[in-house]
Design a protein around this ligand. Structure first.
Ligand code: ADP
Ligand code: MG
Length: 318
């Protein structure tokens, strides 16, 4: 970034934090934080032209890179706290940077995340965020803790993000509320952070749905050494998705669509009342959609019969 580098940092990224655990933030060779508990770390990179079209508004890029990281920490039952941001750009455009940093900090403030450092380099647009959080000892959620006969749950609703993406890709300029709700589920997904924390000590295994339910539930099964049977008719579908798409399309989006950033978790069937109670403060519901079984692999049922989804692939942005 040449001589502009420090101006860019101070103008767009150096913001004060109220987190007293940040002993040293932006401005030195490295940041220093005081950690009380297991530190949980994740990172996510978004490449222009691969993860988003090059003309995507900066605020969407800034929001989504942090949202993806927040969702990973949610799936671990950890509290997000500190973030670093590595930004590679062709040039330092004020308009893009202003939007990007606003999109990023909107979400950072909402979730109590302090930006404590980063890097700026010149090159094709690539954004990497690394998020640090704190978990509770012996209460971390992992993919590997699932047991045969566990009930499988998903939060919120599935398929909205990929349905919204399909509306964006088709260039449908319908500004009606339903269209907007679905598009926003893609552009500004809500990471289920408080829901993940609420599941500590209850869920046996958890993952966030970033690649699609089938793929991500498959990861739980593989890590837990079991399989899963899910009932397609029990997948939670939003009113918007059901209204704008056929039932078959909606169910396919729900099974295969990625980037909903909902949580998929498993728990003992006895814990259903506890789950309901724990999620009450967040206002989010979790829906039982099937069971973990001995037989490896993920099997879908519809009307009691095995059902093959139309596609298992993830529908990419570009
Ligand atoms: P160094 O050369 O020692 O790695 P830099 O000169 O690259 O440090 O960065 C100066 C300070 O600004 C460091 O504290 C770094 O963490 C911070 N920083 C650099 N880029 C960003 C960014 N995109 N967002 C937040 N902080 C940043
Ligand atoms: Mg540097």
């Amino acid at each position: 970034m040449g001589q502009d580098e420090f101006q860019v940092i101070s103008k767009y990224f150096q913001r004060s934090t109220e987190d007293s655990a940040v002993l040293l933030g932006i401005g030195d060779d490295a940041a220093v934080v005081e950690v009380a508990g297991p530190m949980v770390v994740t990172t996510d990179t978004m490449v222009s032209g691969v993860h988003f079209p090059s003309e995507t508004s900066g605020d969407v890029v800034g929001y989504r890179v942090l949202a993806a990281n927040l969702s990973d920490l949610a799936a671990m039952g950890a509290e997000p706290r500190w973030c670093t941001l590595a930004l590679t750009m062709e040039n330092a455009q004020d308009e893009w940077l202003a939007k990007f940093s606003n999109g990023f900090f909107d979400l950072a403030y909402e979730y109590g995340v302090s930006l404590i450092g980063g890097d700026l380099t010149r090159g094709p647009l690539v954004v990497t965020a690394q998020l640090f959080g704190v978990g509770k000892k012996d209460h971390l959620l992992t993919r590997s803790g699932g047991n045969v006969d566990d009930q499988i749950y998903v939060t919120g609703s599935l398929g909205d993000s990929v349905a919204g993406l399909s509306l964006i890709n088709k260039g449908i300029a319908d500004a009606s509320d339903r269209h907007q709700v679905l598009k926003n589920r893609f552009l500004r997904p809500t990471p289920r952070v408080s829901e993940g924390i609420a599941m500590r000590g209850i869920a046996n295994a958890a993952i966030d749905i970033s690649d699609g339910l089938l793929a991500d539930l498959g990861h739980i099964c593989q890590a837990s050494g079991c399989g899963a049977v899910i009932d397609v008719e029990r997948l939670p579908l939003s009113e918007e998705l059901r209204t704008l798409f056929s039932l078959e399309e909606a169910q396919n989006f729900a099974i295969c669509g990625g980037e909903d950033y909902e949580l998929c978790f498993t728990a003992s069937p006895d814990d259903e009342p506890a789950i309901k109670k724990c999620l009450e403060p967040s206002g989010t519901k979790a829906y039982p959609i099937g069971q973990l079984v001995k037989q490896p692999g993920v099997v879908c049922h519809r009307s009691g019969k095995p059902f093959m989804p139309a596609s298992t692939g993830y529908l990419h942005f570009t």
